[in-house]
Design a protein around this ligand. Structure first.
Ligand SMILES: Cc1ncc(C[n+]2csc(CCOP(=O)(O)OP(=O)(O)O)c2C)c(N)n1
Length: 565
């Protein structure tokens, strides 16, 4: 990218985006940045996906940031446009997903006057972004973008906003385009090798949690999950994928040590608590994974805790680790493989198989029919049977998701996408982004009736761009999760009526967009419906499941109030 030629700032920005490997931008158009859309329309290399809601556009960009090695990119208008996108930016911040948000702004001459839809983005975005970069100097537009990609992708990845005033796009500039900045990649230090290997070799009952940073490594380095499996086998380690990262380890592999999700079932947790070492390998660590800061206890873990995360700021922020390693988790896996397994790891065999046996028992497709609708377990188990080896599954937030984590046996090659921090509305847009990024593969979105009407409108975007995700909607007629929490915290108080939802016929709703619509009213209809839905592949499918509200989650049924194993 040369400095000699004069061009518009919009053209320079478009070329800089292309130089950063951007091939797709998700947007809802706005008058504040039409200069940039205009320039992008001259460049076939970047596809604009025009969405129906900025949250949808930004959730799609979040998904894209997980499906490829670069930040996802969304473009929204000022004020109302950005405000709509906030929920997805919040997810990117908590979930450590690289995201570049391009945001239109009022003209520079009007700054501070509260001009139409003007907002102070540094204030608005202070707690949900890594940086807000305001481009007030056209000559710095390209440099600002290069900085935004660098910051979004470096260390703990996250969202960066680039604020672009409406009047800069058509200005001529002779400024040079900025190429991408090479990522500085930390590796485990040689000196720490003995200690690292020593701690892991000595443990008799280690737990190894694998999370988001390893999922990111697996996108850049497809051998990462194979390497993890070899490490587990040779070093005799149990591997536990963390909350909403189930695709990192084959659930059927004998070294699978149990899913470390939201509220681990008591039997598995009791066994896990016998551990004498916990290694968080690319897991940032949250209240969810740590079972509300109890395992490991914050700030002083009750067992030696090794934290591997690509950012030293994060290690030691909440928990005091025994050992902190600031690098990509896959580097630690490779280093341990290169070192070779130490003598004596066989002593862990019984520990690994004990954890695995509990996990296998929990995976068993066991459930009872419910009196007031289809038990969603039946639907999820049917999807599990029909899921392709390279399928993508997305999940919105809600109790229906507990059935996915209890009954579906994921394996590497499959992809799982969700707002790890639990934002409703993410499931459908993420499915659209996955269907665009992984053409020809099966994409299944699980949604509650709450989430389906929050962001299910992006089925229109799927139709517009010719992709065919399958939406499976659990219609239990209420905001079930909140009903359950109300029932648990305030027993005897009404919740079924207060959390109730009046729903449309979702199959007919899907058909009105051009999708195929299927209704499941009884358990006997589940298997043929799912088999049909997953075989269509040519247009979106909506499977409307009339599910039980009494079966509150995969673990709890209202009429007995009990928690299953
Ligand atoms: C954007 C957003 N708003 C509110 C919540 C709080 N919340 C979590 S789960 C839930 C209910 C979800 O209901 P539904 O989609 O019907 O699924 P169900 O729990 O019934 O399975 C709500 C309101 C949230 N997580 N995200």
């Amino acid at each position: 990218m040369s400095a000699t030629m004069s061009r518009t700032v919009a053209r320079l920005l478009a070329e800089t985006l292309q130089a950063h490997d951007v091939d797709r931008i998700f947007c809802v158009p706005g008058e504040s940045y039409i200069g940039l859309t205009n320039a992008l329309s001259d460049m076939n290399a970047i596809q604009l996906i025009v969405c129906r809601h900025e949250a949808g556009a930004a959730f799609m960009a979040v998904a894209d940031g997980r499906l490829r090695p670069r930040a996802g990119v969304a473009m929204v208008s000022r004020g109302p446009g950005l405000s709509n996108a906030m929920v997805a930016i919040h997810t990117a911040y908590h979930d450590a997903t690289p995201l570049v948000m391009l945001v239109g702004q009022v003209e520079r001459a009007d700054f501070g006057r509260m001009a139409l839809q003007e907002q102070n983005y540094s204030k608005l975005l202070a707690d949900v972004t890594k940086a807000v970069i305001e481009v007030n100097e056209p000559a710095q537009a390209s440099e600002a973008l290069a900085r935004a990609f660098h910051l979004a992708e470096a260390g703990t990845p996250g969202p960066v906003a680039v604020i672009l005033p409406e009047d800069i796009f058509d200005e001529a500039t002779a400024a040079a385009g900025n190429p991408p900045r090479p990522a500085a990649r930390a590796r485990p230090r040689g000196g720490g090798r003995a200690r690292r290997g020593g701690v892991l070799a000595a443990a008799e009952r280690p737990l190894v949690l694998v999370g988001g940073a390893l999922a990111a490594d697996a996108v850049t380095d497809p051998t990462a999950t194979d390497a993890l499996q070899r490490l587990a086998e040779t070093w005799v380690l149990p591997i536990s994928p963390t909350h909403r990262r189930p695709q990192l380890f084959d659930a059927a592999h004998p070294n699978y040590g149990g899913y470390m999700g939201i509220r681990v079932p008591p039997k598995l947790m009791a066994e896990m608590q016998k551990a004498d070492l916990m290694v968080a390998l690319g897991e940032r660590m949250t209240d969810t994974v740590s079972q509300s800061y109890r395992f490991p206890a914050a700030p002083e873990p009750q067992l030696p805790f090794v934290h591997v995360w690509p950012d030293p700021n994060e290690i030691g922020r909440v928990w005091r680790p025994e050992l902190g390693i600031a690098c990509a988790p896959v580097e630690v896996i490779h280093a341990l493989l290169a070192r070779g397994a130490p003598a004596g790891v066989e002593k862990r065999r019984a520990w690994v198989s004990g954890l695995h046996a509990i996990h296998r028992a929990l995976l068993e497709p066991v459930w009872e029919p419910a009196p007031d609708g289809v038990n969603f377990a039946a639907v999820v188990c049917a999807v599990n049977r029909h899921l392709a080896a390279d399928a993508t599954v997305t999940s919105d937030a809600g109790n229906f998701g507990s059935f996915i984590h209890r009954y579906m046996a994921f394996k590497p090659g499959q992809m799982f996408l969700s707002s790890v921090v639990g934002a409703m509305g993410s499931g459908m847009p993420m499915a659209v982004a996955a269907a665009l990024r992984r053409p020809g593969t099966q994409v299944v979105a699980f949604l509650g009736d709450g989430g389906a009407l929050m962001m299910g409108n992006e089925i229109a975007t799927a139709m517009q761009y010719g992709v065919a995700p399958v939406m499976i909607i659990s219609d239990n007629g209420m905001y079930g999760t909140i009903g359950m929490h109300t029932h648990v915290r305030y027993p005897g108080r009404p919740f079924m009526s207060t959390m109730r939802l009046t729903n449309p016929d979702f199959a007919a709703w899907g058909r009105s967009f051009g999708a195929q619509g299927i209704t499941v009213r009884t358990e006997s209809e589940v298997e043929p419906a799912i088999a049909e839905a997953l075989s269509v592949r040519t247009r979106p499918v909506v499977v409307h499941c009339l599910t039980s509200a009494l079966q509150m989650s995969a673990w709890r049924r209202y009429d007995r109030g009990e928690r299953l194993p």
